[in-house]
Design a protein around this ligand. Sequence first.
Ligand SMILES: NC(=O)c1ccc[n+]([C@@H]2O[C@H](COP(=O)([O-])OP(=O)(O)OC[C@H]3O[C@@H](n4cnc5c(N)ncnc54)[C@H](O)[C@@H]3O)[C@@H](O)[C@H]2O)c1
Length: 315
Amino acid sequence: MRIGLIGCGWIAETHLANLSALGEQVTCVCDPDPERRAWAAGLTGAEAFADAEALLENGEPEAVLVLTPPRIHREITVEALERGLPVYLEKPVARDLADAKEIVATVERTGVVCAIGYQWRAITWVPQVRDLFAERALGLLAVRMFGATAGRTWFTDQAAGGGQVLERASHGIDLVQAIAGPAVRVSATGVNVPLAGGDRPSTSEIDDVLALTLELERGAVATVQVVWQRDDLPRTYALDVIGDGARIEGCWIRSSAPEASPTGRPSTCRTTAHRAHMASSASSRPRARARALRLPARRHRRRRHWRRRWPVSRR
Ligand SMILES: NC(=O)c1ccc[n+]([C@@H]2O[C@H](COP(=O)([O-])OP(=O)(O)OC[C@H]3O[C@@H](n4cnc5c(N)ncnc54)[C@H](O)[C@@H]3O)[C@@H](O)[C@H]2O)c1
């Protein structure tokens, strides 16, 4: 399949590595930033364009990945769908509701596939957790998202990116709803406090720490906590669930270890399933619990994020 990449920034690195590992061919790329499009074209041998319109008109893609900042999702996605091209659109769907509604309406009208980049719902333990609590009273789902990220210009601008609610917490919101159904009431608290070291520009106006509380239609409460912290601290991306007669602690959400790939970058960020510790049937002590479940005890060693080894320009 001839794949077009629209937007050659930070997340494009992950997609290029994954597409390469899958043996897929990227035949055209575009980015208004000449350095970024030259970088992507150099890795893939793809034809480079300065804008999406030129790529859609002349690049002859059979499917596209839209990897632009949220404010720039609608126009490109709608244009691609209108041309009958299947789209992988990075989350969030859009920066605001009007844009998102237009994208959804176009998908419904054209019937063309538009997949949104909420990859956590594809983690292998998600159906197991959903099934375990399907018939039980469900009390609490708690998502912890503590880690570093890149201080992209639009991300640290509340109006442009929607802050950490759209950029990061929305993964947790999607995960909770994929497991336990829709939320009916939401409240949130956030503070702007610099914890992310050199990744965070001093001009950042978004909340660095967030706590969201979601009341779910089926009666449970969910919390999504997000901390934008320094990269040299241990990171935690995990889900805990407590229901009637069952409790799961530490369903791990994280990237796999670095591997070489033909793009010269590691084919990481496939979100892989990690251990769902079914504490309902085993001891609460990690080693005993692991033995009871015939799992290796989790090693608490810290891993540095792989991106650090391949410096990326932080625009
Ligand atoms: N699924 C995930 O886990 C995940 C992780 C990170 C980012 N994202 C999402 O991916 C999207 C991009 O994020 P990023 O971190 O790569 O941002 P980025 O700023 O690093 O990259 C965006 C790129 O888009 C380019 N661009 C801007 N306007 C364009 C246009 N009109 N046409 C083509 N290219 C254009 C920019 O020059 C830049 O190179 C965002 O929606 C973000 O939320 C998803």
